[in-house]
Ligand binder design. Structure first.
Ligand code: GLA
Length: 728
């Protein structure tokens, strides 16, 4: 609910459990007065304190009042160059050459339904589901208007934000930074949690109390990156899964980002999140506008668990656009780890022959089916079927797979080009490269200049022809290197600062086109595993390959970190062969299945290299997953333990929205003799209901949560346990 008090210039956004408030003050500076647990209406500007502090400039309107300074008041969208020395939200190079912004509130607009952003991902909401508030700010001297967009989804405690900057002047203006989110807190006793890692080990939570000064994460790799995720949390020092005030902020953006928190001199904190200003400079001609990507905020007064569950629900309901719309996604088998580039049509058919009777429903043909591609040194850019491997093309192969009762999916990597390719020989200038420099290779490939429409059109034309040549129901869109040598032959020198962002817009545009032309195709995002796992991609691709690391034990950590923002239904997870390709660890098949099931679930191994006993186990896993699909994919997710705490086991739980069903999954660590007697306390159950556990008994929900369930001793290394609870 949005409540406006026009006399006081007060805007209050209420969600089910939270309240957010802003007020334009006596000088029409838009101050941020409150964000936290839901309160009744009231003007919270009394919390803003004014004091005469040294080295805090006073704007001219304040006259001789030395207590009013932009440097000390909490602001909704911070400015630069006119007296606030904390993190700016906007930096604008004006025609005179100055870099400054001074924004004052001029008005608002209220709309039913959620605003949309052209060319950018955004949460969607009908008039019944969401409201929009737009606040207008203006810099009279710079002749610039800034529009702050707020989307309010009450039920999910979700507040989205986006920013549009309009050049009202008669000369071009250059935007050097435009954040999506600025959030000032009147306290600094907070922890910052970021999610970091590398290829094969993505999104490990890192939590630390804020220190004085600026701290944060970002990416300058052209993608959101394996290294840092565009999702951060600020929370009470004492916050845990079930307790404490937490603020989660996700950026719906898949390119260079920055999330910085600054703890400043008077124990205030400012969080600024948006496109990374690194090498960013966007020219706005008179009348033109620039839109910064959307940021999504969820405040949870009751701990990290409820915060994550609200993100999951909101992302599933209002961000992801799923061609299966409430229907179950197919269980897939992917040939990558089983064959790498060494496959042909017959081998794939043999995979399907064995996998289909086990209940697997979709065969995904990974890298190597196109151009000249027998290893990763050539072929990218030539999206035509290699008829030596697949005689007769997909027209011949797909019906053979379908006859076996399976559907068919395909891998692509549209943004890349190999130097050894037809495309590169024809258009060497279509790769990103800096004049007079030889571009750096990554996985021996170059990056196509996706800021250019003609480049996208050529690649898309070929891919469209392939996807139209047969009945294809799934596409894995991969992206296997970071951007370097970023320079576009299509833009003049003074506009090269736009290339990084135009590249992302180009990717989004092609994804939109793909979804439009093939609405039935399920797209899985991927970037060398989880190098572009962000809320922006989830708008286009309902699921994302979580990591190239398929080891079940490492995955416990990777999937744990990922779960802080992203729903289970989005987490690409497969059972692969042992010893694992990434770390040579051997884990039981049951454990690999249990971990992959808390994700999209599928297999990435040669089914013809499994024993009869393993086949039976796979068949049982697939049947179990299908039976409990709704519970796992649409239920509420509870982290029961922290896999980084090195405890004896890692456990998590899915609970159905009506709390009548739950699935507890647990993976033990390495074996020990004389194991202590352990009890696992469950969460999220209905205390008044009684539950059967794995088909037995009638255990009260309150007892299972308060007293717990005795765990059997582990046998061998890394065994798994699944407890299925049903109310009786
Ligand atoms: C990336 C992906 C893998 C696989 C290979 C193919 O690494 O993450 O799953 O598709 O590319 O080259």
């Amino acid at each position: 609910m949005i409540v406006l008090d026009q006399e006081k210039n007060l805007s209050t956004l209420h969600t089910q459990n939270t309240t957010y408030q802003m007020k334009a003050d006596r000088f029409r500076v838009l101050t941020h007065t409150y964000y936290g647990p839901r309160i009744k209406d009231g003007d919270l500007s009394y919390l803003v304190r004014y004091a005469d502090r040294a080295c805090a400039p006073n704007p001219s309107e304040a006259g001789l009042d030395r207590t009013y300074s932009l440097n000390t008041i909490p602001q909704e969208f911070s400015t630069c160059g006119v007296g606030d020395f904390r993190l700016p939200s906007i930096e604008m190079e004006l025609p005179c050459g100055s870099c400054s912004a001074d924004l004052r509130y001029t008005g608002f607009e209220l709309r039913r339904g959620k605003y949309a952003l052209e060319g950018l991902p955004a949460f969607r909401g009908t008039e019944e589901e969401a409201e929009t508030l737009v606040l207008f700010l203006e810099d009279a001297a710079a002749r610039v208007r800034v529009e702050l967009y707020y989307g309010v989804f009450e039920r999910y405690d979700l507040i989205t934000r986006a920013v549009r900057v309009v050049n009202l002047g008669e000369e071009p203006a250059r935007l050097r930074q435009c954040a999506s989110l600025c959030l000032d807190f009147l306290r600094s006793d907070l922890d910052l949690i970021t999610f970091n890692g590398c290829h094969l080990m993505e999104r490990f939570p890192d939590r630390a109390p804020l220190r004085s000064g600026v701290q944060g994460v970002g990416s300058v790799r052209g993608t959101s990156s394996h290294q840092h995720n565009p999702f951060v949390v600020l929370c009470d020092h004492s916050a845990n899964e079930d307790y404490g005030l937490c603020y989660g902020a996700a950026l719906l953006y898949s390119g260079n980002f920055q999330a910085l928190a600054e703890a400043s001199q008077y124990d205030n904190v400012r969080l600024v999140m948006g496109i990374n200003p690194y090498q960013f400079c966007w020219t706005l001609e008179p009348g033109q506008s620039f839109t910064a990507p959307e940021a999504a905020l969820i405040c949870s007064p009751g701990g990290l668990g409820p915060m994550s569950r609200q993100f999951h629900r909101a992302i599933r309901a209002h961000l992801i656009q799923d061609p299966y719309e409430g229907r179950r996604h197919p269980v897939l088998i992917n040939n990558w780890e089983a064959t790498y580039f060494d496959f042909d049509a017959d081998k794939l058919v043999d995979f399907a022959k064995t996998a289909a009777p086990l209940g697997v429903e979709l065969l995904v043909m990974d890298d190597g089916w196109f151009g000249k591609r027998d290893d990763d040194n050539s072929g990218l850019g030539d999206w035509t079927v290699n008829e030596k491997k697949l005689p007769g093309g997909l027209e011949a192969l797909v019906p053979r797979i379908q006859e076996l009762g399976m559907s068919f999916g395909i891998w692509i990597e549209p943004e890349m080009v190999s130097e050894d390719s037809q495309l590169y020989r024809e258009h060497p200038d279509w790769a990103l490269r800096i004049p007079a420099r030889i571009p750096a290779r990554g996985r021996n490939q170059l990056v196509l200049d996706f800021s250019r429409p003609e480049v996208r059109q050529r690649v898309y034309g070929q891919i469209k022809a392939v996807l139209s040549s047969a009945d294809i129901s799934y596409v894995k869109w991969d992206m296997n290197r970071s951007l370097s040598d970023v320079w576009s032959a299509a833009l003049p020198p003074e506009r090269q600062g736009e290339v990084f962002h135009r590249y992302v817009l180009g990717v989004y545009e092609m994804l939109d086109q793909l979804r439009h032309d093939f609405p039935h195709i399920l797209i899985e995002g991927c970037a060398g595993g989880g190098g572009r796992f962000d809320a922006g991609m989830l708008y286009y691709t309902p699921q994302i390959w979580c990591s190239d690391n398929t080891d079940a034990i490492d995955r416990l950590r990777i999937q744990y970190g990922t779960s802080f923002c992203y729903p289970i239904s989005a987490v690409g997870a497969h059972v692969s062969a042992v010893p694992n390709e990434a770390n040579r660890r051997v884990t039981p098949l049951e454990t690999r299945g249990t971990v992959a099931m808390s994700g999209t679930f599928g297999y990435e191994m040669d089914p013809n290299k499994t024993t009869q006993e393993e086949k039976e186990a796979i068949k049982a896993q697939v049947a179990f997953f299908k039976e409990h699909y709704d519970l796992i994919q649409r239920g509420d997710y509870y982290r029961l333990t922290d896999p980084f705490a090195e405890g004896p086991y890692t456990a998590w739980e899915h609970v159905s929205p009506d709390r009548r069903e739950a699935l507890v999954s647990l993976v033990y660590g390495a074996a020990h003799a004389a194991a202590p007697f352990r009890v696992l306390r469950l969460k999220g159950l209905d205390p008044a209901l009684r539950y059967q556990v794995n088909g037995r008994g009638a255990h009260p929900g309150d007892v299972l949560m308060s007293a717990g369930w005795p765990l059997p001793p582990a046998e061998g290394d890394y065994p798994a346990l699944r407890l299925y609870l049903r109310a009786v």
